[in-house]
Design a protein around this ligand. Sequence first.
Ligand SMILES: Nc1ncnc2c1ncn2[C@@H]1O[C@H](COP(=O)(O)OP(=O)(O)OP(=O)(O)O)[C@@H](O)[C@H]1O
Ligand SMILES: [Mg+2]
Length: 226
Amino acid sequence: MKFGVEGLDAMISGGLPEKSICAIIGTYGTGKTTFALQFAYEGLLQGESVIFISLEEREELLRATMAQKGWDTEVFGDRFSLLRLDPTDFNLAISSIKSELPRLIRSVGASRVIIDPISLFEGLFPDSAVRRQEVFRFVEVMRDEECTLIMTSETDTANPDGSRYGLIEYLSDTVILLRYIRSERLTEVHLALEVVKMRRSPHSREIKPFEILENQITVYSEASLF
Ligand SMILES: Nc1ncnc2c1ncn2[C@@H]1O[C@H](COP(=O)(O)OP(=O)(O)OP(=O)(O)O)[C@@H](O)[C@H]1O
Ligand SMILES: [Mg+2]
């Protein structure tokens, strides 16, 4: 399942495996939502059905972002479900994600599902044992669905290589880490990407610079940071 970003697809042997789970982890503003939207849009271009669940940004804002990129998502009709869940509405958010999502996936025949960010769902469970159990169970349920899942998460403040709650990287087949890299003289900040893990598939282990320009992500897979 291609991202439609040449440099990134090259790093992961052409795309994410079908029916696999991918975590995109990075601190604020590193491009998690942008990569997630790109993955969704590529699916639509391929004729697939896509579900994008946002726990953070309003639907209109996401649609505006997509329009700004020149993407006319209206033309995909029912193949594109963009849903905003209010994570402060605890019961609704939990039941939507746990029970209604599998039903929706089947009814629209979604092959790509994105939850941006999963960390807000994880944060609904203050008790860490309960959280672990809930996230494990959710991932188990998603494994039975005929779709590829992307979950995004901010990094843990104490561990810039790990997700906020340190769970999804263990449960995912692929982990993509986004980060800032400051130049030696601290005059510039670059964005860089690495594929930390990919089960059952060869992938690049290099750290590659990328840029987010107005309407596209460019991963410089030929370039080297070091
Ligand atoms: N439409 C755009 N035009 C130009 N640059 C953009 C655009 N959208 C995003 N960017 C750049 O991409 C960066 C990443 O944005 P994005 O929202 O994808 O990050 P994020 O990791 O999801 O952040 P957060 O943790 O706040 O949700 C922004 O900080 C900005 O520099
Ligand atoms: Mg975001």
